[in-house]
Design a protein around this ligand. Structure first.
Ligand SMILES: [Cu+2]
Length: 155
């Protein structure tokens, strides 16, 4: 059974007007969002004080193989940090997974330790472009698991 509804011309005009208003509002909101996205600062830019602040956390992947063996890996997240040389860097590394991660940044003579629930701050100014591994000294034995390694890329 179908129902036939009659709408008079005045109501049709009102509905058409409302439809156009909704479409224009949606277009305006979309334009505002794209405008704010394009005016956002580049992610690699230094902050107002000229320091390149980068946030990291210690994370963990856990899974099971087909045979039921538990697979796990600690990781630095994000796994790759990009900074510019000759500009001060501040790494803020927060411990989320794992109790403790003593680490070195190979090639930069930097070491430290990240503890669960705490944030370790590392400040330095890289002078030479290159890729420097961030190596956790606890989780670095390939025979016992997957190494916990991230990369600091200096451009
Ligand atoms: Cu670790």
């Amino acid at each position: 059974m179908s129902k036939v509804v009659f709408i008079d011309r005045k109501k049709m005009q009102l509905y058409a007007f409302l439809a156009v208003a909704v479409i224009l509002a949606g277009a305006y909101i979309g334009w505002q969002q794209s405008k704010s996205a394009s005016s956002a600062p580049a992610p690699a830019a230094a902050d107002a004080e000229g320091i390149q602040v980068r946030q990291l956390v210690t994370g963990e992947f856990t899974s099971k193989s087909d045979s039921g063996k538990v697979l796990e890996s600690y990781r630095w997240d994000p796994g790759t940090i990009i900074v510019k040389r000759d500009v001060p860097v501040e790494l803020r590394i927060s411990g989320v997974s794992g109790q403790s991660h003593p680490f070195v940044i190979e090639g930069l003579n930097i070491s430290g330790e990240v503890h669960k629930g705490k944030t370790t701050i590392v400040r330095f100014t890289p002078k030479t472009a290159g890729t420097y591994p961030i190596i956790c000294e606890t989780h670095n034995d390939p025979s016992k698991g997957i190494p916990m390694v991230g990369y600091l890329v200096v451009q």
